[in-house]
Design a protein around this ligand. Structure first.
Ligand code: GGG
Length: 362
């Protein structure tokens, strides 16, 4: 249906650079999509700038204006979010806009693939995106002796866990199908697997429910029996991820573990600057580079735009434009094999140089 829509449809994307280098890495992603549109690999495109972020909060007193939420819910086919610099201390009236957006749009999955061009690493983290400690029910009390105690509620539900589990198995099947269809496949995987990441030996109630729900998801569909389910405690997962990264195919985790392990996985591929993600539900995807706002390099035109470009590719792939997405992945891989790379990868290229190199390689 994506192909049928090419001639007639206009796709509208919300653009939310938010903070820091978000403003520098979104324009290259937009230009890559525009290039594909001009070659008719994608339909006509419209990009709608939207406000969000800590910088906007400081100017306007709100981090995620109602108008942004309305447009995201009703007026766009997808969106690209940059990066946000939420302060690490409490600021009255401020709340992280990315966490809120995921909730408002029920973007229940955060999908973060990492791979190396030599095919030694090829894994994807499928992170539950709506609950766990990120429901942000925190409280601070003062005890009788005057000292403080802080508490946070961690919510794990059967429904959210089974939902993310089913998606993980679907992704494992899809990745296996893509591998089978490639004549020269450089992936380390010979069979599809889902690794269920938890800490149920200590948190037997919350992580215990997550673990059981992933098992139930595995049994919920006959097609999933083709996928091997492997259990892994989160701490030993981190150890093994650095020692034997080639083992891991699809890794499904509750929100906080997923956040941490997917940033760690970025170390396997050289830089956070190349790692993409989408926040997705079954009908909508919001692209988001995994890196943060990097205030130390903001405004210098040296931020790596590859994570943002790859995130845009994941978004259009999720929308059904697999061929256009594959073209972007190939172009990026070609650029990464050369020496035109930004300082995070040891090179001297600027953001603009990398954007131009990707456009040339498309
Ligand atoms: N694009 C990922 C990103 O912005 N990471 C920083 C982050 O997660 N910050 C959390 C927040 O500021 O709320």
């Amino acid at each position: 249906s994506a192909a049928r829509n090419l001639a007639t449809k206009t796709l509208r994307f919300g653009m939310l650079p938010a903070d820091g280098i978000g403003h520098e890495v979104l324009p290259p992603a937009q230009r890559v999509l525009e290039e594909l549109s001009s070659r008719k690999t994608l339909p006509k495109l419209e990009f709608i700038p939207l406000n969000a972020g800590f910088e906007y909060f400081r100017r306007a007193g709100v981090a995620l204006p109602d108008e942004t939420i309305e447009v995201m819910k009703n007026d766009v086919d997808g969106a690209i979010f940059g990066s946000v610099s939420s302060p690490s201390h409490k600021v009255t009236g401020y709340s992280s806009p990315i966490v809120a957006l995921r909730k408002h749009l029920d973007l229940y999955a955060n999908i973060r693939p990492v791979s190396t061009v030599d095919g030694k690493v090829d894994m994807v983290t499928v992170r539950e995106n709506t609950e766990c400690l990120y429901i942000k029910k925190e409280e601070l009390d003062t005890l009788g002796d005057g000292s403080k105690v802080a508490r946070a509620t961690r919510q794990i539900t059967q429904n959210a866990s089974e939902r993310i589990g089913k998606l993980a198995f679907e992704i494992a099947l899809k990745r296996d199908k893509v591998r089978q269809s490639q004549s020269q496949c450089s992936s380390p995987h010979t069979e599809p697997s889902v690794w269920s990441i938890h800490k149920s030996n200590v948190l037997s109630v919350t992580d215990g429910l997550f673990r059981e729900s992933i098992k139930a998801a595995h049994k919920s569909d006959e097609r999933f029996s083709k996928v091997k389910l492997v259990e892994q405690l989160v701490d030993s997962f981190v150890y093994r991820m650095f020692r034997e990264p080639q083992l891991f195919d699809v890794c499904v985790a509750p929100n906080l573990y997923g956040d941490i392990i997917s940033d760690g996985a970025a170390a396997l591929v050289g830089s956070l600057g190349v790692v993409p993600s989408i926040n997705a539900n079954d009908t909508f995807a919001m692209a988001e580079p995994v890196h943060g706002s990097a205030p130390d390099i903001a405004g210098k035109n040296i931020a790596n735009p590859i994570a943002s470009i790859r995130s845009a590719a994941l978004m259009i792939e999720h929308m059904g434009y697999s061929e256009a997405a594959a073209g972007i992945y190939r172009a990026v891989d070609e650029v990464l094999k050369g020496d035109k790379v930004t300082p995070d990868l040891g090179g001297k290229a600027t953001t603009t140089d990398v954007e131009e190199a990707v456009l040339r390689a498309l």
